[in-house]
Ligand binder design. Structure first.
Ligand SMILES: Nc1ncnc2c1ncn2[C@@H]1O[C@H](COP(=O)(O)OP(=O)(O)O)[C@@H](O)[C@H]1O
Ligand SMILES: [Mg+2]
Length: 232
Protein backbone atom coordinates (compact mmCIF):
# COMPACT_ATOMS: atom_id res chain seq x y z
CA UNK A 1 0.00 0.00 0.00
CA UNK A 2 1.24 3.49 -0.86
CA UNK A 3 1.54 5.88 2.07
CA UNK A 4 -0.68 8.96 2.10
CA UNK A 5 2.15 10.93 3.63
CA UNK A 6 5.80 10.09 3.23
CA UNK A 7 8.49 12.08 4.99
CA UNK A 8 12.00 11.02 4.08
CA UNK A 9 15.14 11.85 6.08
CA UNK A 10 14.07 15.21 7.45
CA UNK A 11 16.58 17.44 9.15
CA UNK A 12 15.72 20.73 10.82
CA UNK A 13 18.02 23.06 12.69
CA UNK A 14 16.99 26.34 14.31
CA UNK A 15 19.56 29.09 14.41
CA UNK A 16 19.13 31.99 16.77
CA UNK A 17 22.07 34.35 16.88
CA UNK A 18 25.17 32.22 17.37
CA UNK A 19 23.25 29.27 18.80
CA UNK A 20 22.03 26.43 16.65
CA UNK A 21 19.79 23.60 17.79
CA UNK A 22 19.32 20.44 15.77
CA UNK A 23 15.66 19.60 16.37
CA UNK A 24 15.14 16.87 13.77
CA UNK A 25 17.96 14.63 12.64
CA UNK A 26 17.27 12.25 9.80
CA UNK A 27 13.61 11.67 10.62
CA UNK A 28 11.58 9.43 8.33
CA UNK A 29 7.89 8.91 8.79
CA UNK A 30 5.03 7.39 6.79
CA UNK A 31 1.30 7.43 7.24
CA UNK A 32 -0.81 4.81 5.48
CA UNK A 33 -4.47 5.07 4.43
CA UNK A 34 -6.94 5.03 7.29
CA UNK A 35 -4.49 4.58 10.13
CA UNK A 36 -3.97 6.55 13.33
CA UNK A 37 -0.45 7.38 14.49
CA UNK A 38 0.52 8.98 17.81
CA UNK A 39 3.67 10.98 18.45
CA UNK A 40 4.71 11.36 22.06
CA UNK A 41 7.80 12.98 23.57
CA UNK A 42 8.95 15.51 26.12
CA UNK A 43 8.23 19.19 25.74
CA UNK A 44 10.77 20.75 23.39
CA UNK A 45 11.62 17.44 21.68
CA UNK A 46 10.49 18.67 18.25
CA UNK A 47 6.96 17.28 17.87
CA UNK A 48 5.42 20.56 16.72
CA UNK A 49 8.38 21.21 14.43
CA UNK A 50 7.78 17.83 12.76
CA UNK A 51 4.04 18.41 12.42
CA UNK A 52 4.64 21.87 10.92
CA UNK A 53 6.92 20.32 8.30
CA UNK A 54 4.36 17.63 7.49
CA UNK A 55 1.72 20.35 7.10
CA UNK A 56 3.96 22.38 4.81
CA UNK A 57 3.88 25.27 7.28
CA UNK A 58 7.65 25.20 7.46
CA UNK A 59 10.45 23.71 5.35
CA UNK A 60 13.08 21.13 6.30
CA UNK A 61 16.79 21.89 5.83
CA UNK A 62 17.11 18.49 4.20
CA UNK A 63 14.78 15.71 3.22
CA UNK A 64 11.56 15.30 1.31
CA UNK A 65 7.89 15.32 2.17
CA UNK A 66 5.37 13.75 -0.18
CA UNK A 67 1.63 14.10 0.16
CA UNK A 68 0.39 11.45 -2.24
CA UNK A 69 2.51 12.01 -5.36
CA UNK A 70 3.17 15.69 -4.61
CA UNK A 71 6.47 16.78 -3.07
CA UNK A 72 5.39 19.50 -0.66
CA UNK A 73 8.81 20.93 0.06
CA UNK A 74 9.49 21.63 -3.63
CA UNK A 75 6.42 23.81 -4.08
CA UNK A 76 6.21 27.57 -3.93
CA UNK A 77 4.76 28.98 -0.74
CA UNK A 78 1.45 29.66 -2.52
CA UNK A 79 1.18 26.12 -3.86
CA UNK A 80 2.05 24.71 -0.44
CA UNK A 81 -0.70 26.83 1.11
CA UNK A 82 -3.14 25.53 -1.49
CA UNK A 83 -2.15 21.91 -0.79
CA UNK A 84 -2.56 22.52 2.94
CA UNK A 85 -5.97 24.15 2.61
CA UNK A 86 -7.21 21.54 0.21
CA UNK A 87 -5.75 18.29 1.52
CA UNK A 88 -4.63 18.67 5.14
CA UNK A 89 -6.84 19.05 8.21
CA UNK A 90 -5.17 20.79 11.14
CA UNK A 91 -6.22 20.76 14.78
CA UNK A 92 -4.34 22.76 17.40
CA UNK A 93 -4.14 22.71 21.18
CA UNK A 94 -5.64 26.20 21.41
CA UNK A 95 -8.35 25.63 18.74
CA UNK A 96 -7.33 28.65 16.61
CA UNK A 97 -10.88 29.63 15.74
CA UNK A 98 -11.57 33.03 14.21
CA UNK A 99 -12.99 34.99 17.18
CA UNK A 100 -15.28 37.26 15.17
CA UNK A 101 -16.83 34.40 13.23
CA UNK A 102 -19.64 32.18 14.50
CA UNK A 103 -19.14 28.42 14.84
CA UNK A 104 -20.85 27.95 11.48
CA UNK A 105 -18.76 30.66 9.78
CA UNK A 106 -15.58 29.09 11.16
CA UNK A 107 -16.49 25.75 9.59
CA UNK A 108 -17.49 27.45 6.33
CA UNK A 109 -14.23 29.36 6.12
CA UNK A 110 -12.05 26.65 4.47
CA UNK A 111 -14.76 26.09 1.84
CA UNK A 112 -14.85 29.80 1.05
CA UNK A 113 -11.07 29.85 0.64
CA UNK A 114 -11.39 26.95 -1.80
CA UNK A 115 -14.24 28.80 -3.53
CA UNK A 116 -16.62 25.89 -3.13
CA UNK A 117 -19.99 27.03 -4.33
CA UNK A 118 -22.67 24.44 -3.71
CA UNK A 119 -24.00 22.89 -0.54
CA UNK A 120 -21.52 24.64 1.73
CA UNK A 121 -23.89 25.60 4.49
CA UNK A 122 -25.57 22.20 4.61
CA UNK A 123 -22.20 20.46 4.79
CA UNK A 124 -20.98 22.70 7.62
CA UNK A 125 -24.22 22.36 9.57
CA UNK A 126 -24.25 18.59 9.17
CA UNK A 127 -20.73 18.33 10.54
CA UNK A 128 -21.45 20.64 13.48
CA UNK A 129 -24.50 18.52 14.26
CA UNK A 130 -22.38 15.38 14.12
CA UNK A 131 -20.12 17.05 16.68
CA UNK A 132 -23.12 17.58 18.95
CA UNK A 133 -23.28 21.30 18.21
CA UNK A 134 -26.62 21.65 16.41
CA UNK A 135 -27.63 24.24 19.03
CA UNK A 136 -24.43 26.24 18.60
CA UNK A 137 -24.27 27.31 14.93
CA UNK A 138 -24.52 31.02 15.72
CA UNK A 139 -22.37 31.08 18.84
CA UNK A 140 -19.04 32.90 18.79
CA UNK A 141 -15.97 31.05 20.12
CA UNK A 142 -16.00 33.15 23.33
CA UNK A 143 -19.49 31.81 24.08
CA UNK A 144 -18.33 28.18 23.82
CA UNK A 145 -16.51 25.91 26.27
CA UNK A 146 -13.03 24.64 25.41
CA UNK A 147 -14.41 21.25 24.42
CA UNK A 148 -17.05 22.86 22.21
CA UNK A 149 -14.46 25.09 20.55
CA UNK A 150 -12.32 22.07 19.81
CA UNK A 151 -15.33 20.29 18.30
CA UNK A 152 -15.86 23.29 16.00
CA UNK A 153 -12.17 23.11 15.10
CA UNK A 154 -12.46 19.41 14.27
CA UNK A 155 -15.51 20.09 12.09
CA UNK A 156 -13.53 22.84 10.33
CA UNK A 157 -10.55 20.51 9.85
CA UNK A 158 -12.58 17.81 8.07
CA UNK A 159 -15.13 19.89 6.14
CA UNK A 160 -12.85 19.90 3.09
CA UNK A 161 -12.51 16.09 3.24
CA UNK A 162 -8.74 16.23 3.68
CA UNK A 163 -6.36 13.39 2.83
CA UNK A 164 -4.94 13.50 6.34
CA UNK A 165 -5.60 15.04 9.75
CA UNK A 166 -2.72 16.45 11.80
CA UNK A 167 -3.51 17.27 15.44
CA UNK A 168 -1.02 18.95 17.79
CA UNK A 169 -1.99 18.16 21.39
CA UNK A 170 -5.72 18.43 20.60
CA UNK A 171 -6.73 17.66 24.20
CA UNK A 172 -3.90 19.59 25.86
CA UNK A 173 -6.09 22.47 27.08
CA UNK A 174 -9.08 20.38 28.13
CA UNK A 175 -10.17 18.84 31.40
CA UNK A 176 -10.66 15.10 31.61
CA UNK A 177 -14.27 14.83 30.45
CA UNK A 178 -13.93 17.17 27.44
CA UNK A 179 -10.64 15.52 26.58
CA UNK A 180 -12.30 12.08 26.46
CA UNK A 181 -15.08 13.48 24.25
CA UNK A 182 -12.58 14.92 21.79
CA UNK A 183 -10.63 11.66 21.74
CA UNK A 184 -13.81 9.71 20.99
CA UNK A 185 -14.76 12.13 18.19
CA UNK A 186 -11.33 11.95 16.58
CA UNK A 187 -11.38 8.16 16.46
CA UNK A 188 -14.99 8.17 15.23
CA UNK A 189 -13.97 10.47 12.36
CA UNK A 190 -10.92 8.32 11.67
CA UNK A 191 -13.19 5.26 11.37
CA UNK A 192 -16.21 6.64 9.53
CA UNK A 193 -14.36 8.89 7.07
CA UNK A 194 -11.25 6.67 6.92
CA UNK A 195 -9.15 9.83 7.20
CA UNK A 196 -5.70 8.91 8.51
CA UNK A 197 -4.56 10.97 11.47
CA UNK A 198 -1.37 11.92 13.24
CA UNK A 199 -1.86 13.01 16.84
CA UNK A 200 0.81 14.63 18.96
CA UNK A 201 -0.14 14.04 22.57
CA UNK A 202 1.08 13.78 26.14
CA UNK A 203 -1.85 11.59 27.04
CA UNK A 204 -0.76 7.98 27.03
CA UNK A 205 -4.29 6.56 26.97
CA UNK A 206 -4.98 8.55 23.79
CA UNK A 207 -1.64 7.51 22.27
CA UNK A 208 -2.24 3.85 23.06
CA UNK A 209 -5.57 3.90 21.17
CA UNK A 210 -3.67 4.68 17.97
CA UNK A 211 -2.54 2.00 15.53
CA UNK A 212 1.10 3.03 15.95
CA UNK A 213 2.98 5.09 18.53
CA UNK A 214 6.23 6.98 17.92
CA UNK A 215 8.43 8.85 20.31
CA UNK A 216 10.50 11.99 19.61
CA UNK A 217 13.73 12.33 21.56
CA UNK A 218 17.13 13.85 20.83
CA UNK A 219 16.20 14.66 17.24
CA UNK A 220 15.10 11.12 16.45
CA UNK A 221 11.69 9.57 15.91
CA UNK A 222 11.52 5.94 17.01
CA UNK A 223 8.74 3.40 17.52
CA UNK A 224 7.58 3.56 21.11
CA UNK A 225 7.86 0.36 23.06
CA UNK A 226 5.96 0.20 26.27
CA UNK A 227 8.30 -0.77 29.08
CA UNK A 228 6.87 -3.09 31.67
CA UNK A 229 8.15 -2.30 35.12
CA UNK A 230 9.45 -5.32 36.93
CA UNK A 231 8.91 -5.36 40.68
CA UNK A 232 12.27 -5.16 42.42
N1 LIG B 1 11.00 29.17 15.42
C1 LIG B 1 11.92 28.67 16.25
N2 LIG B 1 13.13 29.25 16.37
C2 LIG B 1 14.07 28.76 17.19
N3 LIG B 1 13.90 27.64 17.94
C3 LIG B 1 12.73 27.01 17.87
C4 LIG B 1 11.66 27.49 17.03
N4 LIG B 1 10.61 26.65 17.15
C5 LIG B 1 10.99 25.70 18.04
N5 LIG B 1 12.24 25.92 18.47
C6 LIG B 1 13.00 25.06 19.39
O1 LIG B 1 13.01 23.74 18.87
C7 LIG B 1 12.83 22.78 19.88
C8 LIG B 1 11.61 21.93 19.56
O2 LIG B 1 10.42 22.71 19.67
P1 LIG B 1 8.98 22.11 19.36
O3 LIG B 1 8.99 21.49 18.02
O4 LIG B 1 8.00 23.18 19.60
O5 LIG B 1 8.87 20.97 20.49
P2 LIG B 1 7.59 20.23 21.09
O6 LIG B 1 6.43 20.51 20.23
O7 LIG B 1 7.99 18.78 21.14
O8 LIG B 1 7.41 20.78 22.48
C9 LIG B 1 12.73 23.55 21.18
O9 LIG B 1 14.00 23.55 21.78
C10 LIG B 1 12.33 24.92 20.74
O10 LIG B 1 12.79 25.88 21.65
MG1 LIG C 1 4.57 21.33 20.67
Amino acid sequence: MEPVLNAHRLTKTYRTGSESVVVLQDVSFHVYPGESVAIIGASGSGKTTLLNLLAGLDLPDQGEIFLGPTQLNQLTENDRAYMRNRYIGLVYQDYQLLPHYTALENVLFPLEILRQTSGKKEKAQALLSKMGLSERYYHYPSMLSGGEQQRVAIARSIVTQPLILLADEPTGNLHREASDEITTLLFEMNKTLATPMVIVTHQMDLAMQCDRVYQMARGKLTPYIEKTLKPS
